[in-house]
Ligand binder design. Structure first.
Ligand SMILES: Cc1cc2nc3c(=O)[nH]c(=O)nc-3n(C[C@H](O)[C@H](O)[C@H](O)COP(=O)(O)OP(=O)(O)OC[C@H]3O[C@@H](n4cnc5c(N)ncnc54)[C@H](O)[C@@H]3O)c2cc1C
Ligand SMILES: Cc1cc2nc3c(=O)[nH]c(=O)nc-3n(C[C@H](O)[C@H](O)[C@H](O)COP(=O)(O)O)c2cc1C
Length: 768
């Protein structure tokens, strides 16, 4: 085949090499606009896995590359005058210039024709003479943009400013240096890539950048300002740029995240940064470019595969890899963009949060990398959780949490789950066993299902209630069992279904009206949940008084039943949530319109409940932190304001859920998918929060807690099939101090022994 590679970066050169290795008869020409040796940037980092991949593909170039690698293990985080060092991270770096030199030499040796000083124009008719034109012309690809529609290009220009500099100061560790200045936070990512050279990327928010006046500075002035700012890390070494002639004046950029829906159009194929970019803070752009090149060369040379099928396979496999990386990169990018959310953290927790920012590295990953450092974090966590009383080194999920005078034994919570199994609101033997079993299963706190304050406030005929003496007695039986037979605390979730009421049992078409026996429903406004649901009656002031008093009466009954805590359910589109979300609340009185107005009634109800509930016992509120409706609905930014408003009325914990507030929602599901909302409410609002939503591994819980993304971690569905989730986690993590009913102790120790033996066997197998 006759192939043109536009751009002599890692992607273009490595593709040319990979094609020649597979079939030396290919005519491959690389066109690079710059002279040899002129490039932007300094060093790039690789992982061990990338090294394996390039070694398998071309042992010759891999051998030269690996010989020249700079290796380092530690990460240093400089923050608020402290340096936090953690080890075991295993990075490998090489200068970009040197990498390209090695690839150029290898390409030449294999017979690739290299043309330098060759600016290519996508409109030039000569490209028609080539069977394939590889657009490996980087993030600002002209060849991609010339057919942007065909490739369906999506560009997301990120908020922060960065500049990629170099220095002769040799950093022993991968260094993050955070500086607080009168203009805001500014920080550097620095790492060695040769024996005498380091990369030094400076980053800050756009506001800080303007306040510094970087927008008005020449390149020399910018660099001088950065040298002054980071003088204490540079030990007299200067900073240099090698990009000005390539990237414009002072070379400050906003990172551009690029995605393409199609990776080929006509005879043009996208490769490397032209097809996709991943934020520099996870350092994987070059790896992706090299792996794209290997895959594309593979499919193009596979006998019997048509070009169309080859390109389909190339895109299908590579775009999946890219998607995974771009997801992690997005988390990492957002962490740096919202840095000030975390700057109130103590240095140790700040460093932990930084290390786990992409969610690719978890608590147990960190233990494998540097056990001693992780144990320092665990000790710090326990000390803080116990006002300095405990010196324990143990997973954060087992540390207690104090809310007012209530101490929750550990941080795992059974999330509220409607069992749809009550008759006339009265919990029965099913509920007794269900809650009892989950209490002895080890969780620190058990939530009841949404327990309704009136018969009309039920979601379905099977919902539990708290409006008469039978309910109090039935709940008291459950609460007494929990208190007598476990260390768990129990929280009563109170709610009113509003416009989502009078529907079927969970497994009989939840949200659908009953076949018969429907009762009239009330809500903030007459907005139907869906065309088949009832049109709710908008609440009058008298209705509002009545429902508020029903909540207060239920709280009083909760005291009688002996509950430790009360939660107000103001999420998921039920009555109070329906007041808060603009998607349901269309009122024109003082309870509709602005967020302040929409919150007025839910806050009134909460305040009345708080006044009735003992002041030494905590209360929480469950909120939907987003309507998954963009700016038309509740946004995560609103969620912080909502959390703060309830906290002002005496809420001790915000239970941060999301969505279910309108029928058309399209949530972005995934592992721990709602935790970012908890993180935001907790760290912007400075409030205690509970995270929930697809959290299912002990490792998730520990990472969330240690990174300060929540104070409690709730699991719903995992507890449906495994009431003993927490005891099992204790066995898995070899934590002995958890309360286990004496009747079950034997089982717990046997499980712990078996799991330990299995883990040891797995480690031994890995060593072999
Ligand atoms: C600040 C920063 C730090 C980074 N750190 C890392 C890291 O640590 N690890 C990592 O793996 N990646 C890192 N990257 C990403 C990495 O640089 C890219 O992902 C990688 O270079 C992609 O390779 P490429 O060949 O696709 O594109 P490029 O390296 O951009 O190469 C494109 C080439 O095409 C040439 N070209 C463009 N247009 C034309 C034209 N019209 N005619 C002729 N030639 C043209 C350009 O001159 C260039 O040489 C970083 C990026 C940035 C911005
Ligand atoms: C069967 C079932 C019933 C639920 N009932 C309630 C409820 O009564 N009150 C509430 O606030 N959330 C309820 N939820 C939502 C859960 O508390 C939780 O927020 C959600 O399931 C996400 O957590 P998970 O991924 O751990 O399951 C229910 C969830 C399930 C699966």
């Amino acid at each position: 085949m006759k192939i043109a590679c536009i751009g002599g970066g890692p992607a273009g050169l490595y593709f040319a090499i990979s094609m020649k290795l597979r079939d030396s008869s290919h005519d491959i020409q690389v066109f690079e606009r710059n002279p040899p040796g002129v490039t932007f940037g300094w060093g790039v980092v690789f992982s061990d896995l990338t090294v394996d991949n390039i070694t398998r593909n071309d042992p010759a170039s891999a051998a030269t590359i690996t010989q020249e690698f700079a290796h380092w293990d530690d990460i240093d985080v400089h923050f608020k005058g402290e340096t936090i060092t953690s080890g075991g991270h295993g990075f490998i770096g090489i200068g970009r210039k040197r990498l390209l030199e090695i690839l150029r030499d290898r390409a030449r040796e294999l017979g690739v024709a290299l043309h330098f000083n060759a600016e290519c124009d996508p409109g030039d008719p000569k490209w028609r003479d080539f069977d394939l034109v590889i657009a490996s012309d980087g993030a600002n690809s002209r060849f991609r943009d010339a057919r942007a529609k065909a490739f369906r290009v999506d560009v997301d220009v990120r908020a922060n400013k960065f500049v990629w500099l170099g220095t002769s100061k040799v950093f022993d560790a991968f260094t993050f240096a955070f500086e607080e200045t009168e203009h805001g936070w500014i920080w550097a990512h620095a790492y060695r890539f040769a024996s005498d050279c380091s990369t030094f990327i400076v980053e800050c928010s756009e506001e800080t950048w303007h306040r510094f006046g970087f927008d008005r500075m020449s390149q020399e002035e910018s660099i001088a300002a950065c040298e002054k700012l980071f003088a204490r890390y540079l030990d007299g070494h200067s900073l240099q740029s090698n990009a000005s002639h390539l990237l414009g004046s002072a070379a400050w950029l906003n990172f551009r995240r690029i995605k393409c829906e199609r990776w080929s159009a006509g005879n043009v194929i996208l490769l490397g940064d032209a097809a996709h970019t991943a934020h520099f803070s996870i350092g994987s752009g070059t790896k992706l470019a090299l792996e794209d090149a290997i895959k594309l060369a593979d499919v193009l040379n596979r006998p019997g595969l048509s070009l169309e099928a080859a390109l389909d396979e190339y895109q299908a496999e590579r775009s999946l890899e890219v998607l995974k990386l771009q997801n992690s990169a997005r988390n990492s990018t957002e962490w740096f963009e919202t840095l000030e959310r975390y700057t109130h953290f103590e240095p140790l927790q700040f460093a932990y949060s930084l290390l786990t920012r992409s969610q690719r590295i978890s608590h147990e990953n960190l233990r494998l990398r540097d056990r001693e450092w992780l144990e320092t974090v665990e000790r710090w966590f326990w000390k803080r959780a116990t006002d300095g009383k405990s010196n324990k080194t143990a997973p954060p999920m087992f540390a207690p949490l104090k809310l007012r005078d209530l101490t929750v034994e550990n941080r795992i919570v059974v999330s509220p789950m409607d069992m749809y199994s009550a008759v006339d609101g009265t919990p029965n033997d099913f509920h007794f066993v269900h809650y009892g079993e989950r209490a002895i299963g080890g969780a620190g706190l058990i939530f009841t299902e949404m327990t309704c304050v009136s018969p009309e406030g039920r979601i379905s005929p099977g919902c539990t209630g708290m409006w008469n003496a039978d309910h109090v007695a039935a709940w008291k039986r459950i609460v007494d069992f929990v208190h007598a037979q476990s260390k768990a605390k129990i929280c009563l979730q109170l709610g009113h279904s509003g416009g989502k009421g009078s529907t079927g049992l969970g497994w009989e078409g939840s949200d659908l009206p009953l076949a018969d026996g429907n009762w009239p429903v009330v809500a903030a406004s007459n907005v139907q949940w869906s065309p088949v649901n009832q049109v709710p009656k908008p609440m009058t002031r008298a209705d509002m008084d009545q429902v508020r008093e029903q909540f207060v009466a239920a709280v009083r009954m909760g005291i009688e039943a002996g509950f430790d805590m009360i939660e107000l359910h103001a999420a998921h589109g039920y009555l109070l949530s329906g007041f808060i979300t603009p998607l349901q609340n269309r009122r024109t009185d003082e309870y509709g319109g602005s967020l302040e107005n929409r919150l007025r009634y839910p806050l009134e109800v909460f305040a009345a409940m708080r006044a009735a509930w003992p002041s030494d016992r905590p209360m929480s509120v469950r909120i939907s932190a987003t309507d998954w409706a963009g700016e038309d609905g509740i946004t995560p930014e609103d969620a912080v304001l909502i959390g703060e408003a309830f906290a002002r009325e005496g809420a001790d914990l915000i239970d941060v859920s999301a969505g279910q507030t309108w029928a058309g929602q399209e949530p972005v599901y995934g592992r721990m998918f709602q935790t970012p909302f908890s993180d935001r409410v907790r760290n912007e609002g400075k409030l205690a929060t509970m995270a929930v939503g697809n959290i299912y591994e002990p490792d998730h819980a520990n990472s969330i807690l240690a990174a300060g993304r929540a104070d409690l971690v709730a699991l719903a569905r995992p507890h449906l099939v495994d009431p003993f989730w927490t005891l099992r986690a204790a066995a898995q993590l070899d934590y002995r101090d958890i309360y286990c009913p004496p009747q079950y102790l034997n089982g717990l120790s046997q499980l712990a022994r078996n799991l330990k033996r299995e883990a040891e066997a797995n480690t031994a197998a890995l060593r072999v």
